[in-house]
Write a protein of this length. Structure first.
Length: 389
């Protein structure tokens, strides 16, 4: 059935309206999601600020420990950046020096070729060659000789141009080598200064820990301190669970990953879950994974960073929300590489192993929680600790 011009106009109008509504809906949805994300970020920041205020009200030793361990975490991040810059500069220098060698060879080769051509032309005499061309009686031979002469002079010109280019490129490469060498030396000086600062900070940290332990022993308040730490973490997790209760769950629910999750880093897993902490009636609610200082810690599954800051008893701590009330906690870190609100994927580097929180051995403290309740990590994670550092 043929369409009239009026009906076609009508359908075009309806189609345009539908597209307009669709675009408007998409824009509104995007704005709504951004507003929700901003609101979530605001709540997380408020939570971290509240905890910071509470911790600053504790003893001066706790404040000092918090400050020095956060500083150590930051300086370690700077050291890693300097190490990376040194490697980049060294590679760049290596490439530039290789280019310099190639240019020297090219220049030597082209100089030799040019020298040979100049010597040949001199021995033969430029005028005699032209005279020989114009003395040709045979037109075909005259044309052939003339074309050869033109080719010869063009080749000379090309070699001269190449020699000039080689000289220019060589000069520029030498300038770049000088600049890169200076940059490398400066980075090495910064690196050495950072290492010196780190060494001093670690010495100060040990003094602070000794003073703190002496204070706890003197006051007989070690058990009280452990209880306070556990209660503070409990309150933090309750707050996080409330903040993230309305966030959409991931495409693959966390509970379906039970027994399939990787451990957060390669190291010696010491199963502590459910055991009594020395000198207390409190139970461990997670496991300790011993590993060298600075080894990368990775997210066990996708999610959103809910907390990334220092917490008494747990040091530099990262908590990731995995949806449906599931959280993973990574404590005792040396440095934190993610911030609250960041989206992470399974295997993303989130921190580095350390001994923050006043601990002696390096590694991390690791927990998995569901709606605030601790879950045994060894049941949720694969038996083989297969995350490569």
């Amino acid at each position: 059935m043929p369409f009239s011009s009026q009906s076609i106009t009508f359908y075009i109008l309806i189609f345009s309206i539908l597209i307009g509504l669709s675009s408007s809906t998409f824009a509104n949805t995007k704005e709504k999601k951004q507003a929700e994300l901003n609101n979530l970020q605001k709540k997380i920041n408020q939570l971290q600020q509240t905890i910071k205020v509470k911790q600053n009200s504790k003893s001066q030793y706790i404040k000092n420990l918090r400050n020095i361990e956060k500083k150590i975490g930051q300086i370690n991040k700077k050291i890693k950046h300097s190490e990376s810059q040194i490697k980049i500069s060294q590679k760049q220098l290596k490439n530039l020096k290789a280019k310099q060698v190639t240019l020297h060879k090219s220049l030597k080769k082209n100089k030799s070729a040019l020298k040979g051509q100049i010597a040949g032309a001199y021995m033969q005499g430029e005028n005699s060659q032209l005279q020989m061309i114009f003395n040709q009686q045979d037109p075909a031979e005259f044309q052939r000789q003339l074309m050869f002469y033109q080719y010869f002079t063009e080749q000379q010109s090309k070699i001269i141009d190449t020699v000039y280019k080689d000289i220019h490129d060589l000069e520029q490469t030498q300038i770049k080598i000088k600049k890169e060498s200076e940059k490398l030396n400066n980075t090495k000086l910064v690196f050495l200064e950072q290492k010196k600062v780190l060494s001093n900070d670690k010495t100060n940290r040990n003094k602070i820990i000794n003073n703190l332990n002496s204070q706890l022993k003197k006051q007989g308040s070690h058990l009280k301190s452990l209880n306070e730490d556990a209660e503070q973490l409990k309150q933090l997790i309750t707050s996080i669970t409330e903040i993230f209760k309305d966030t959409p769950p991931p495409s693959k629910p966390f509970h379906k990953l039970k027994g399939k999750l990787p451990w957060p880093l390669k190291g010696q897993v010491r199963t502590m879950f459910g055991k009594i902490k020395p000198g207390s009636n409190l139970k461990w609610q997670g496991d300790v994974i011993y590993a060298p200082e600075g080894r990368h810690v990775k997210a066990i599954s996708s999610g959103q960073v809910a907390y990334a800051d220092w917490l008494k008893g747990f040091g530099n701590l990262i908590i990731i929300d995995h949806g449906n009330g599931y959280l993973s906690l990574y404590g005792r870190n040396q440095s934190l590489y993610k911030s609250p609100g960041d989206q992470v994927q399974k295997g993303d580097i989130i921190s580095s192993a350390g001994n923050s929180g006043g601990n002696k051995k390096t590694g991390i403290y690791f927990e998995i929680r569901q709606k605030g309740q601790p879950k045994k990590p060894s049941i949720w994670c694969r038996k083989k600790n297969n995350f490569v550092s």
